[in-house]
Write a protein that binds this ligand. Structure first.
Ligand code: F6P
Length: 573
């Protein structure tokens, strides 16, 4: 066979082989089931994938498939028809949920059981958006009255800032600076950007990095006499946040008599916020059953609430609550978070696609990929299952992305023609917030839909040859040029569509992803709610600080680290 003959679109690229599929070697996943019970279901999925992975998705897309392989709830439509999941694969995946006891674990989460077992904590971010639901008990106490009281206090304070009733020492607040990192930054920063059209409060800024460039850039544009600083830290110990908070306090202290009076704290540790000098009236507390990356629904969302107002913030919460109700009640085959999770499991654990691209065709969701990186990778990037046994499945996927259409002009080349398959998740609104530029939004929609179509259909070598022939090429040159223009196609994607990015819609989207992460973690037997993997680097940074400052000897470090310290100190560190 000549190389040209081998190069038809779908022959050129062999079907993706699962790199490290779940196996029966040890325990495939831990949980209530024994190995004997658990293995057959992963094996059935693997076998089904092996026999169907070559089948063109485009050929599966008959008239009914878009309806049968999509799900709607609230304002959202999730289309997963452009994947090679068929009815049998879906049934096997749903079987996985039943065998893994996901429904019982879901109920345990919603009802306040301590499912974060390594930290002995409940997982109740859903309680923060429980606007009109029933009681939720933790250690015999209903937590909902306290949640609602805190929300009311936040709303009162936010209104005071917005109206000018709460003043800085130089007049009404014009700038709000949220200092936090990870979950104390990414959620509110992502949402503040997403909901910019609803922003009618003071200017809002986010400082996260300990890199002085971050805080210096933000403070340069603010007047200390009319700035409110929000120190957002669940633990109130995170070194980046506390360092930036002290820098901000010193900056403010140079201009106003009582800098602490313009500081607010959002934390679970009220002793530490007091020690920092922040009056209890301006401390908004929450409990340890709110994980950092799940915390934007409560006090950590204060900067967002000040920006968009308490009513819009409540609409955001209501969106989350609507998704909670759907997730808790819907049958698996029409349960959007569960289906999104199963699509992810299919692509990652069954097909072996290690990464997932999140591609919002919504410029204001520019920080969503970063937010989802923490949500997904800090939650499900774990190598042992709940009971400490090695995970023999792959852990959660590598998540990355950028808004379209910018990504199209950067990395889509690899997505279309690279050797690895990257399942893509497209997001698109029917309407933007710029009615005068609706035609531009329509162009955005066309681009989004074109990408998923191109990924699925590809372009065969014969089609590429025809294009080259039309351009006047022939012979070897035609053949050579045509091969560069082949798109293998058959690359999976899902599309999440919504009417418009309102606070209510954003709430539904964020809760959708949270529950998806829950389902993935429950299937893998992972504790999605701890994050021990971030600790070692933090410890080593503390021990390296005196070395970098020249107060301790670098030779105690490994040769590479010592040499790097040496270079940096020679150059002014
Ligand atoms: O280092 C990881 C982490 O603990 C995240 O889980 C958390 O969102 C972030 O740090 C910030 O923590 P804190 O809110 O306690 O400052």
């Amino acid at each position: 066979m000549t190389s040209a003959q081998r190069s038809t679109a779908r022959e050129t690229f062999p079907p993706n082989r699962p790199r490290s599929p779940p196996s029966c070697r040890a325990r495939p996943c831990t949980g209530p089931l024994t190995e004997a019970e658990t293995c057959p279901m992963w094996n059935a999925l693997r076998q089904h994938h092996a026999t169907t992975s070559d089948r063109p998705i485009a050929d599966m897309l008959d008239a009914d498939r878009a309806r049968d392989f999509s799900v709607q709830t609230g304002d959202l439509l999730l289309d997963y028809s452009k994947t090679n999941i068929d009815a049998e694969a879906r049934a096997l995946l749903i079987d996985l949920l039943d065998r893994r006891g996901v429904a019982a674990r879901r109920e345990a989460m919603f009802s306040g059981a301590k499912i974060n077992e390594t930290e002995g904590r409940a997982v109740l971010h859903t309680a923060l958006r429980n606007l009109d639901g029933g009681p939720v008990m933790v250690d015999g106490e209903d937590v909902i009255p306290q949640v609602r009281a805190t929300l009311d206090r936040m709303a009162e304070f936010a209104e005071a800032v917005r109206s000018g009733a709460f003043k800085g020492q130089g007049g009404p607040i014009k700038d709000v600076v949220n200092i936090g990192i990870g979950g104390s930054d990414l959620g509110p920063a992502m949402a503040a950007r997403a909901l910019a059209p609803y922003h009618d409060g003071p200017r809002t800024h986010f400082v996260s990095n300990v890199d002085p460039a971050d805080i210096a850039t933000v403070l340069r544009g603010c007047d200390p006499a009319t700035t409110l600083v929000i120190v957002a830290s669940k633990t109130f110990t995170t070194i980046e946040t506390m360092t930036n908070a002290r820098t901000a306090k010193a900056w403010m202290g140079e201009a106003v008599a009582d800098p602490a009076a313009q500081f607010v704290a959002l934390s679970t540790d009220l002793e530490k916020t007091g020690a920092f000098g922040i009056h209890p009236d301006r401390v908004f507390g929450f409990e340890d059953w709110v994980g950092g990356r799940y915390s934007m629904w409560g006090p950590i969302g204060l900067s967002l609430m000040i920006a968009i107002g308490p009513d819009a913030f409540r609409a955001f919460l209501r969106g989350g609550q609507d998704m909670d109700r759907h997730f808790r009640a819907a049958e698996w085959h029409e349960n959007m978070p569960a289906l999104l999770a199963l699509v992810g499991i299919w692509h990652n654990q069954v097909c072996g696609h290690a990464t997932r691209a999140v591609l919002p065709y919504d410029q204001r969701l520019g920080r969503l990929p970063a937010y989802l990186q923490q949500l997904e990778m800090e939650s499900n990037g774990k190598r042992v299952s709940m009971d400490g046994a090695d995970l023999t499945c792959e852990s959660g996927p590598i998540v990355w992305g950028e808004p379209g259409t910018n990504g199209q002009h950067a990395f889509y080349q690899l997505i279309h023609q690279g050797t690895r398959i990257v399942p893509c998740e497209f997001m698109i609104a029917a309407q933007g917030h710029e009615p005068d530029l609706h035609h531009q939004h329509q162009l955005l929609i066309a681009n989004c839909l074109a990408q998923s179509e191109a990924l699925m259909k590809g372009r065969s070598l014969d089609e590429a040859r025809a294009i080259m022939a039309k351009k006047g090429l022939s012979g070897d040159e035609l053949e050579r040029q045509a091969r560069h223009r082949v798109f293998p196609g058959n690359r999976p994607s899902v599309t999440l569509a919504y009417p418009q990015l309102t606070p209510h819609v954003l709430g539904q989207i964020v809760a959708l992803y949270e529950h998806r992460v829950f389902v993935e973690g429950a299937v893998l037997g992972i504790n999605s709610y701890d994050q021990w993997g971030v600790e070692l680097g933090k410890e080593l940074a503390s021990s390296l600080q005196p070395v970098v400052e020249g107060r301790a000897d670098a030779t105690q470090k490994d040769g590479s680290t010592a040499a790097l310290v040496g270079y940096l100190r020679t150059h002014g560190a």
